[in-house]
Design a protein around this ligand. Structure first.
Ligand SMILES: Cc1cc2nc3c(=O)[nH]c(=O)nc-3n(C[C@H](O)[C@H](O)[C@H](O)COP(=O)(O)OP(=O)(O)OC[C@H]3O[C@@H](n4cnc5c(N)ncnc54)[C@H](O)[C@@H]3O)c2cc1C
Length: 387
């Protein structure tokens, strides 16, 4: 392992490797990425692969809209098949309040360059013929055909391969135990790992749910908390679900993978703030009941596997992307609140620009943690988090 690098990135998920890739693409290749686990261990390996621009905040809409443009070309650029498929996202509303919320969201998305449309129950049925539109009392839906799904594992493999090819060093099974800063200026000097010390000018904290474990090493604690979420996959079926289906009442989401499996989760009755990733019977039962209510043909389909992971939640469900002035050289990119894959390409570009002293194409002031302090920028809370 290198003993000196310009940048050390902590965390080799979609965010950490994405940052390293964007730096390398811009010519900064003196970069080491460390992760205490194997590749595809954290939330990046455990998610539903959903990518949508149907959000209710300008920041999430813009990040997702532009990231979708990047995903359009990323399989080719990385040389790995990301199983990128634009089958759209269909949100279904079953109460008048939900219909009104969708109407507002569609107007806002249209005003921000996203072509979502409000649809009636018949159109919902035509998009998902297996949906029990009448039995479930579906009153309306919103549909954006450019929303998509992908398989996150090859995203990691692709980033890893391209980073390595460009000279970035990626070190799995390497745990960061401390960060050394200058005693007076607090400037970053080095990262200490269980495999030795790496002197550096920049540290990028891309550890998702573990952000504060690293942050505490430099005295920075952020409002990010790990929220447990479960998910499952069924046996493969013939293709019948082209879009990602989302139920506003239960927070259920489900899509069909290219191999035919149905992958999905559902909002749990009680959200647990914990890093306990055990699978539970209540989730399995609740998910099975909710899914078969909406899509009765899913009855009797065996579940192959269920697992859990964490959303790294912020109070407004938007990420924190910040070069902290009080610790020069220390950057946080975390708090993706259950939608980190879909906004990762552009978020990682922003970090690369910050490290290189360039002005990012997104307003970083609104992404900084200062929005949670008195006198900071206004908090625009996201209301369309699901799962
Ligand atoms: C069930 C579930 C469903 C989801 N569905 C979606 C979805 O459909 N679409 C979407 O966009 N997003 C979804 N997400 C969210 C998405 O998975 C995350 O936002 C994203 O993967 C975050 O990536 P990351 O690289 O920041 O974190 P992670 O992938 O968690 O990576 C963090 C890494 O930091 C490493 N690390 C921690 N501490 C240390 C240390 N001391 N030293 C070295 N390394 C360390 C960890 O080992 C880990 O590999 C979902 C998440 C879950 C759990």
């Amino acid at each position: 392992m290198k003993r000196r690098a310009e940048v050390v990135v902590i965390g080799a998920g979609a965010i950490g490797l994405g940052v390293a890739y964007e730096l390398a693409r811009r010519g900064v290749t003196d970069v080491v990425v460390v992760d205490r686990q194997h590749l595809n261990f954290g939330a990046t390996a455990r998610n539903g692969g959903g990518v949508r621009a149907q959000w209710t905040t300008k920041a999430n809409i813009e990040l997702a809209r532009e990231s979708i443009r990047r995903f359009d070309v990323l399989s080719q650029e990385l040389g790995h098949n990301l199983f990128w498929r634009q089958g759209g996202y269909l949100f279904v509303a079953r109460t008048d309040t939900q219909v009104e919320a969708l109407e507002r969201a569609v107007r806002f998305q249209n005003a921000n360059g996203v072509g979502t449309r409000l649809i009636d129950p018949d159109e919902a049925r035509s998009i998902v013929p297996a949906l029990d539109v009448d039995g479930c009392g579906i009153k309306a839906g919103s549909y954006n055909p450019r929303d998509a799904t992908l398989f996150p594992w090859p995203l990691v493999w692709g980033y890893h391969e391209q980073c390595t090819r460009m000279g970035v060093e990626v070190q799995p099974f390497t745990t960061v135990t401390d960060i050394v800063t200058h005693p007076e200026t607090r400037e970053v000097k080095a990262v200490v790992t269980d495999k030795g010390r790496i002197d550096c000018s920049w540290v990028v904290n891309a550890t998702g749910s573990w952000t504060n474990d690293i942050g505490r090493m430099v005295g920075i604690e952020l409002p990010i908390r790990p929220e447990r979420h479960e998910i499952l996959v069924t046996e493969p079926l013939k293709p019948f679900l082209r879009c990602m289906l989302v139920d506003m009442t239960t927070g259920l989401y489900a899509s069909q993978s290219s191999r035919g499996e149905i992958v999905g989760g559902v909002a749990e009755q009680r959200t647990a703030i914990t890093m306990d990733w055990a699978s539970t019977l209540p989730f399995l039962t609740h998910m099975a009941r909710t899914l078969t209510f909406l899509v009765p043909r899913m009855r009797h389909v065996p579940v192959l596997r269920q697992w859990a992971g964490s959303y790294d939640m912020t109070p407004d469900a938007k990420p924190i992307v910040e070069a902290h002035e009080e610790v020069p050289g220390y950057v946080t990119v975390a708090g993706f609140s259950g939608h980190g894959i879909m906004i990762s390409p552009v978020s990682c570009e922003v970090v690369a620009d910050l490290v290189m002293g360039r002005t990012p194409r997104f307003d970083v002031a609104t992404m900084s943690s200062r929005r949670f302090t008195p006198g900071g920028p206004d908090v625009e809370e996201e209301t369309l988090v699901i799962g």
